[in-house]
Design a binder for this molecule. Structure first.
Ligand code: UN1
Length: 498
């Protein structure tokens, strides 16, 4: 196991290129050991004002730098992240708990985003188009919105931050970033990298603190023109209504109740692997985690046997140990929520096939929960409807593809879904009818790549997408530009010969 140590005992805000001390702070706990790693500042709301003031000024100059030159900084950020991949991954495992292999994957996702968005510096495509009138030219162009606010979660503390901040930066905005207080080290490391890469002062500002203080101040600050948020549905709704009143643009990603559908013609061994990986990886703490398995009744028993056998191999412990497959839950309240849903499932009459309990004695101070399978679950039970954010899967049996699709779609969320089948007709019907933002065929529900849009339908979001070229839509305004070189007044819709 690594013995990496942070050089500081207390983190600082990064505002206008300066590292600023904050009086109040709280401990960041390694969920695998219960030990303190570092202190995270709890800033007062005034820190947001200071950051916005600096960002506003810096953004004006940044927007005038040609996008390919802005992108050069992102390339340097990408190379520094690559150089520090192992360091970042180890700190990620320490603060978040995910196993080291997954932590490396998440850091890679951030590196991919840096290079992908740097490439956008030479694209940022608009359109040229004819006009109705002679000697007139028309085009569209993306303009930065100004100062943008990003609020990021603890479950993907670096990847999600890159999905939001890199498109914002390459498009010419300045960013105010409030990272989750559970996982501030990734923000600290990324800000250090941005500083070393030569990102001008004031373009990326990190303000640590509570959502109720810093997040709230950002949402209500009139000079922050966009809020991009990933987190819980309740918080997202509050943000959306506060932003609605101010006509502030808001992009939300708020989780899922993702299902893997297994048809009777599926490769059951492959489906088992896909379910285990997407349900129990990251201890189920992904927005994309599989938390329902919708299985054709003909193969239900065979699939359950395979899942139970595969679950025997899931070693649980500190994710810095390369042999461990399942890390801890983020904290006590995460654990309590999972435990509450186990009781709900039992009360609802679901059949607990495996797991369902917390590991205490063997794992001492960490927060560990066993991978859990409920079967004979009906689609309307709360365990099949509500996001649990833990390693808990509900198996629901169905008689047909049509019924499977109906069950899949019968939840308030719409992030990710998957189908295992070898029938090409079923593949095409499923990808058409599954009402989620992401659909997988013969793979689990996790593993989105950064050059495709990430987000979902219904209660998962509000129509925007993270990552992909689509993320640029959140952080830019479309400008339509008309150039009349006729030398005379030409009136659209009127001076047109028909
Ligand atoms: C999340 O859980 O919020 O597709 C993000 C995936 C990862 C990202 C997950 N690439 O599972």
């Amino acid at each position: 196991m690594a013995a990496l140590r942070l050089e500081v005992q207390k983190l600082k805000n990064y505002i206008n290129g300066k590292w600023l001390d904050v009086k109040e702070s709280q401990a960041v706990i390694n969920p695998a050991t219960g030990m303190e790693i570092v202190q995270v500042p709890l800033s007062a709301a005034g820190a947001v004002n200071t950051a916005v003031k600096a960002a506003k000024k810096a953004q004006k100059e940044w927007a005038l730098i040609p996008a390919p030159q802005r992108a050069e900084v992102l390339y340097r950020i990408g190379y520094l992240m690559k150089e520090r991949k192992e360091r970042l991954a180890q700190f990620l495992t320490m603060e978040n708990g995910k196993v080291i292999e997954e932590a490396r994957g998440e850091v890679q996702e951030g590196i991919d985003m840096a290079f992908y968005m740097a490439g956008e510096g030479r694209r940022l495509f608009g359109q040229t188009t004819p006009t109705e009138l002679k000697d007139k030219f028309a085009m569209t162009q993306r303009s930065p919105v100004g100062v943008v606010g990003i609020i990021t979660p603890w479950n993907f503390p670096i990847a999600i931050a890159t999905w939001k901040s890199f498109p914002a930066i390459v498009a010419g905005n300045a960013v105010i970033w409030k990272p989750a207080t559970e996982t501030p080290i990734m923000a600290y490391e990324l800000a250090k990298i941005a500083e070393e890469a030569g990102l001008p002062d004031g373009i990326l500002n990190v303000v640590f603190g509570a959502g109720s203080v810093i997040g709230d101040a950002m949402v209500h600050h009139e000079d922050i023109r966009v809020i991009s948020f990933t987190g819980s549905n309740d918080t997202g709704r509050n943000i959306a209504s506060a932003c609605g009143k101010q006509l502030k643009k808001v992009s939300l990603e708020m989780g899922g109740k993702n299902a893997v559908i297994v048809m009777d013609d599926a490769d059951l061994d492959l489906a088992t692997e896909g379910i285990i990986w997407s349900a129990f990886g990251t201890s189920g703490q992904r927005c994309t985690a599989c938390s329902r398995v919708i299985v054709h009744e003909k193969v239900k028993q065979a699939l359950e046997e395979r899942l139970l056998a595969a679950m025997q191999h899931l070693s649980i412990g500190n994710g810095l140990d390369e042999s461990i497959k399942i890390g801890p839950i983020i904290n006590q309240s995460g654990l309590d929520k999972i435990k509450k849903y186990i009781e709900i499932g039992k009360d609802e009459g679901a059949n607990l096939l495996a797991g369902g309990y917390e590991l205490t004695k063997e794992h001492q101070k960490g927060y560990y929960f066993t991978p859990t399978l409920f079967t004979d679950v009906s689609a309307d039970m709360r365990i099949a409807q509500e996001e649990i954010f833990g390693p808990v899967v509900s198996i629901i049996s169905v008689k047909s593809l049509e019924e499977a699709v109906e069950v899949n779609n019968g939840v308030t969320y719409g992030l990710s879904s998957s189908i295992f089948t070898n029938d090409v007709g079923r593949v095409f019907k499923a990808q058409r009818d599954l009402d989620t933002g992401i659909v997988y065929v013969n793979a689990g529900t996790t593993g989105a790549e950064i050059h495709l849009p990430f987000g979902g339908t219904k209660g998962t979001g509000n129509g925007h997408r993270d990552s992909g070229v689509q993320a640029l839509d959140v952080f830019t305004e479309w400008k339509a530009i008309y150039v009349d070189y006729s030398g005379k007044l030409q009136r659209a819709q009127i001076d047109v010969e028909s």
